[in-house]
Write a protein that binds this ligand. Sequence first.
Ligand code: ADP
Ligand code: MG
Length: 234
Amino acid sequence: MITFSHVYKTYRGANFRECHALRDVSLEVEKGEFIFLTGPSGAGKTTLFRLLSAFDRPSSGAASVLGYDIGKLTASELPAFRRRIGVVFQDFKLLRDRTIFENVALPLQVLGESSAGIERRVHECLDQVGLANRRDDLPELLSGGEQQRVAIARAIVHRPGLLIADEPTGNLDAAMAQEIMALFERANAQGTTLFIATHDHGLVQQSGKRVVNIRAGSITRGAKTESEDQWLRV
Ligand code: ADP
Ligand code: MG
């Protein structure tokens, strides 16, 4: 599902000094896994997710996601790749001039779903995140936590094979965070592979799931799927 082999992402900082946001990252994820990505601010979590979702390319090394080589993905392959993933961005990236309903409907429209099918599925997802009554509002009328829940609904609406979520419970209170985790569990039970970056150690600890930890651009634990890595899990 995901294979990274010696991946670097390098930026040029002040005085043209090279700075490795990711440093020799090797990582394996199998279909159906549910993984937490942890690590302090600035560790490289968002950078890793930008590569996983092909919003960025590796500076060196090989990154394969859903059978696509991220380094070689062409503009014409990109839409087919994106249709198979769902992404919750740290800053939501909702379309300001579209209603909540229209934002969540977007992935289904791209897939060419019927309007009756879209109506049914969008309603179901908005209901699951507790926002069915806000469907006709514009994003700016919603709180940060509500916008985050819209972003989550939009990421799961097309039942993607891979869901990547960058701190998706960061703006939610504990009760809502639990509900969102239950929603992710349901998506996982229905076959979606999940990769979730979080600062919420309580959430990670109680889940018993595989944890990938990243620190200063390097993976410090959980790089492999196998049971050989079991002892590294929480
Ligand atoms: P996290 O999401 O774990 O907080 P990031 O992936 O956002 O961390 O950032 C990792 C490192 O890469 C940070 O030091 C950050 O400053 C740097 N970085 C990220 N994006 C860029 C960029 N576009 N240009 C230069 N440096 C960047
Ligand atoms: Mg980040």
